[in-house]
Design a protein around this ligand. Structure first.
Ligand SMILES: C[S@@+](CC[C@H](N)C(=O)[O-])C[C@H]1O[C@@H](n2cnc3c(N)ncnc32)[C@H](O)[C@@H]1O
Length: 340
């Protein structure tokens, strides 16, 4: 029986190891962390696309062709992101601040609400009714006083430490900039709003450069409300067509770092909130656990970890306990505390 194109591909272990090394050196992408089947699927598709049947030859091609290198990394689709992805998670995050400030008004939700129901091809089964009021999870809001961000907001000290928010694996910046937009708007409304620092990191050097440029296509801004679009974006002509340029004040309000999450961080502070969405799905078990140990260390007591909609640690993982199962939000607790 004739071999299929896929069966004809020559992928020796030694060439595979060479590829992993090459990617690490050239792009910072460390595929050691990923499931092997996940890597092979993408690799084979790329080899077939450029009609290269031997991985050794494909490695040489990758080294000589920057465009193919970029396409290869992109083919993993691990940089996929957009502004206000799962906007109800942002609404919940915003409401943590509003409730801590004893403020109850729909105005901020309406500013956040996207104009069009989102047709997300990655999640075809999810339907969002934008007219419906947002339902907040009781456990999260009935334990507000246990959150480190709440303690900072309520602190009576004359100089409060900032609230630290980390967008871990930020890709091209849409997630941390969405957080910055949201916090910036709260800051303008509340004179005593606490200082917030948004730190964003990613392992991929290309994607961090994109984040620094902060110029986006339709795909990225499709979930931005009209209010925020008018306020923080300017539509300009570029050699690639019309693009949305993010305003400088929002660009300057976050810190972008190129780093690998599985390496121990040296930040002197602890985070009150860590957004780590759509990263865990790619990790193998060993690195997932290694990574979660780092997250636990970097989170304050009462700090929140927000995972992606398809990611879960079940109800508990070490000191991380689920506090909002709908939005996959965990709290870092140092004791056997229960949350009701
Ligand atoms: C799908 S994007 C997530 C973007 C955003 N958090 C979101 O949910 O829309 C996943 C990102 O994880 C980054 N990444 C993968 N491994 C990483 C690692 N070890 N350390 C830091 N970032 C990593 C990739 O470069 C990619 O940009």
């Amino acid at each position: 029986m004739a071999l299929t194109i896929e069966e004809k591909l020559i992928i020796k272990q030694v060439s595979f190891d060479k590829l992993i090394k090459l990617l690490k050196e050239k792009t910072g992408l460390n595929l050691d962390y990923y499931r092997r089947t996940f890597i092979l699927r993408r690799l084979k598709a790329r080899m077939i696309r450029v009609a290269c049947t031997d991985l050794d030859k494909y490695n040489t091609f990758l080294l000589s062709d920057k465009e193919e290198l970029r396409k290869f990394v992109e083919s993993f689709n691990i940089n996929y992101t957009y502004f206000f992805r799962d906007w109800e998670v942002y609404a919940t995050f915003q409401n943590l601040f509003l409730k801590s400030l004893n403020y109850d008004d729909e105005i901020f939700i309406n500013r956040l609400r996207p104009n069009q129901p989102l047709n997300d091809e990655k999640m075809p089964k999810r339907k969002i009714n934008l007219e419906q009021p947002i339902k907040y999870h009781e456990t999260l809001f009935s334990n507000l006083e246990k959150l480190s961000l709440y303690r900072k907001i309520k602190s009576k000290r004359s100089v409060n430490p900032p609230i630290y928010v980390w967008s871990c694996a930020c890709a091209s910046g849409e997630e941390p900039y969405s957080l910055a937009i949201l916090l910036n708007n709260l800051k303008h409304h509340f004179p005593k709003f606490p200082k917030c620092e948004v730190i964003a990191s990613d392992i991929d050097t290309f994607t961090i450069e994109d984040a620094k440029r902060a110029i986006y296509g339709e795909e990225s801004i499709r979930n931005v409300s009209e209010y925020y679009l008018n306020k923080h974006f300017r539509l300009n002509n570029t050699p690639q067509g019309m693009k949305y340029h993010l305003s400088n004040d929002i660009k300057k309000s976050i810190t972008l770092v190129n780093e690998d999450i599985t390496k121990i961080r040296t930040h002197p502070w602890k985070f009150d909130v860590i957004f780590c969405r759509n990263l865990l799905i790619y990790f193998n078990i060993e690195n997932r656990n290694k990574f979660l140990r780092i997250i636990e260390k970097q989170l304050s007591e009462g700090g929140l970890l927000i995972l992606g909609k398809t990611e879960s640690l079940f109800n508990t993982h070490g000191r991380l306990k689920i506090i909002d199962p709908t939005n996959h939000i965990y709290i870092n607790t140092s004791s056997n505390e229960t949350f009701t």
